[in-house]
Design a protein around this ligand. Structure first.
Ligand code: AMP
Length: 393
């Protein structure tokens, strides 16, 4: 990587500001899913073991620049302390004289967590004064919050101008290393795209159309492509304003010799009686019915392509997987990806939830922690939070 890594920094007895992603679900003052906290532990432990004075910072939810007690990171400090097996000093704010004094009093190996960055409007505005206030807490900076690297905020971009060195944390490095393979791929390269909207994934398709050998499309976005090809899609979710673009993408795939596959059969249901009316159809979808999942023949076709890939990248579910039995297609694709002997990379919140639901997350090469950041990376956009890190000398 051309950017400094936390492993390049001399951390001993130094204050390091670590931007992490602790944007976790909290209910009744308890963290209900600690996955994101766990993902940052290797970097935190690395810094603690090297006797750094560790200052952790994150956003939580969307307080829009206001102090909102229900979006306090205090429950996270408690959870982190239990996971780390050492006490975590929780700061009631993220800037100001009191916080500065408290973090300056830290000893090597101690850990502090700042209050929600987004309680201050300067965070999302990437405000210079706020960035300088954050930078006043530490001379060194590490960013492990890959999921927010597509946002130019004070804690991801602004602060980096006012610290001595800004480096990627271990999780950030891992994300960049694996996701880079999607842009410098081994072949055959199979890209699987699903989810609700074509419009969200267009930049990804455009960027990867030159690299992928096969693109397998599922989820609601398949219906926009099928309609663009002249097929009846009944009451399925379609983005009519994307039909022209879908036609162009289909034509471009053909010109480039990319095997762009659309579902050949569908699980369909009447919207007013989803489960009761569910059935499988091949080809056209009758009026009044919506496609809610890919059908079994599609699963077989997609599975055989996935199994012979050397690289699989997957973003977006194949159907309304949150509502079983419409999760069958997504679960079957998750299993196929897990069975693929090549490199397998999953990105995006819903696909990650789906591979967990299928119980195969630990059989994949890389499960990305990013949603929007992963999509932007795959679209070939330079992430501001990565660009802002110090170049390797
Ligand atoms: P995205 O955020 O674009 O990855 O979309 C994920 C959402 O797409 C999930 O909530 C799915 O329920 C939804 N989805 C997938 N397939 C369909 C479908 N055939 N019809 C309606 N929604 C779908």
């Amino acid at each position: 990587m051309r950017k400094l890594s936390i492993q390049d920094l001399d951390l001993s007895e130094q204050r390091v500001f670590l931007r992490v992603d602790f944007n976790v679900p909290i209910k009744d003052g308890q963290v209900t899913d600690a996955t994101r906290i766990e993902a940052a532990l290797p970097t935190i432990r690395y810094a603690v073991e090297r006797h750094a004075k560790v200052i952790l910072a994150s956003h939580l939810g969307r307080p829009k620049g206001q102090r909102r007690p229900e979006l306090s990171l205090a429950p996270v400090a408690e959870k982190l302390s239990a996971l780390l097996g050492q006490s975590v000093l929780f700061m009631p704010d993220c800037v100001g004289d009191d916080v500065k004094a408290a973090v300056h009093a830290l000893n090597g190996g101690e850990v502090a967590l700042l209050e929600n960055l987004r309680f201050h409007p300067g965070e999302e505005k990437n405000d210079e004064t706020f960035s300088r206030q954050l930078a006043a807490l530490a001379g060194l900076y590490g960013n492990d919050a890959f999921a927010t690297a597509h946002r130019a905020h004070a804690s991801t971009v602004g602060i980096t101008r006012f610290v001595r060195q800004a480096a990627a944390g271990l999780l950030m490095q891992r994300e960049l290393e694996y996701l880079s393979r999607a842009l410098n791929p081994d072949h055959p390269y199979v890209l699987i795209l699903g989810g609700a909207k074509v419009s969200d994934k267009i930049p990804v398709i455009q960027n990867l159309l030159t690299l992928a050998d096969t693109i397998l499309i599922g989820g609601a976005m398949a219906y926009t492509f099928l309609k663009a090809r002249g097929q009846d899609v009944g009451a399925s979710l379609v983005e009519d304003d994307q039909l022209d673009l879908a036609r162009r993408l289909l034509a471009e795939a053909q010109e480039r010799g990319v095997d762009l596959e659309l579902p050949v059969d569908h699980v369909i249901a009447r919207l007013e009686d989803e489960a009761g009316s569910a059935q499988v159809v091949t080809g056209d979808i009758p009026a009044g019915f919506a496609g809610v999942d890919i059908g079994p023949r599609t699963v077989d076709r997609y599975r055989s392509r996935i199994l012979s890939a050397r690289l699989v990248v997957w973003n977006g579910p194949m159907g309304i997987f949150e509502r079983p039995p419409f999760d069958h297609g997504t679960v079957a694709i998750a299993r196929a990806v897990a069975d693929c002997p090549g490199t397998t990379i999953i990105g995006g919140g819903d696909s990650v939830a789906a591979v967990r639901q299928a119980g195969v997350a630990d059989r994949l090469t890389h499960v990305s922690t990013g949603g929007g950041a992963t999509l932007e990376f795959l679209a070939g956009v330079e992430l501001p939070g990565v660009a802002a890190l110090t170049d390797k000398g």
